[in-house]
Ligand binder design. Structure first.
Ligand SMILES: [Zn+2]
Length: 172
């Protein structure tokens, strides 16, 4: 009886560990190349069950408003969305960044230039990013992003990027 119970406990422990490993990767990493500044960044922004503040700060800096230099916090949920999307695309390539945070002044200037920029853009709240992924077509990227239902997905084929945000799920 004692032996049998011990064996059961061991099996249960192994099974529990296997399930935990599948459900919760120990780390979440992302890499970026910013197309306007040429800056590259590899970060492990989540580890041991928590966001890593120093790594998030590196992301905030990379995704700053490149016109004004303003740095604002990027919503970590946006990083999780990017992380999920890269896994769905089975890619380890860096995201090519067109735009991250935008100050209200920059957003207004882009609107005056006639760019397709929303007046209350989630870019101004650190909740949006415009990206492409090398080696993956825009249509595939859009399809995968829509499947994640993690927020807004906009497609800009003429400029070859998709917009992602962690606002309400919607698409255009
Ligand atoms: Zn955008």
């Amino acid at each position: 009886m004692v032996k049998s119970a011990a064996a059961t406990v061991v099996v249960a422990a192994f099974a529990g560990r296997a399930i935990a490993t599948l459900a919760l990767p120990a780390e979440r990493a992302l890499s970026f190349v910013h197309l306007h500044t040429g800056e590259r960044l590899d970060v492990t922004y989540w580890a041991d069950g928590a966001y890593v503040a120093d790594e998030l700060a590196l992301v905030d800096h990379l995704l700053r408003d490149v016109r004004s230099g303003d740095v604002r916090p990027i919503d970590p949920r946006l990083l999780d969305l990017l992380h999920r999307l890269r896994r769905a695309m089975r890619s380890n390539r860096p995201y090519q960044v067109i735009s991250g945070y935008r100050s209200p002044a920059t957003n207004a200037a882009l609107r005056r230039d006639g760019r397709a920029v929303a007046e209350n853009s989630y870019h101004m709240r650190g909740m949006a990013i415009d990206v492409r992924l090398a080696g993956r077509g825009l249509a595939n990227l859009r399809h995968a992003a829509l499947g994640l239902r993690g927020g807004g997905v906009g497609t800009y084929p003429n400029s070859d990027f998709i917009h992602l945000d962690v606002g309400p799920p919607r698409s255009w």
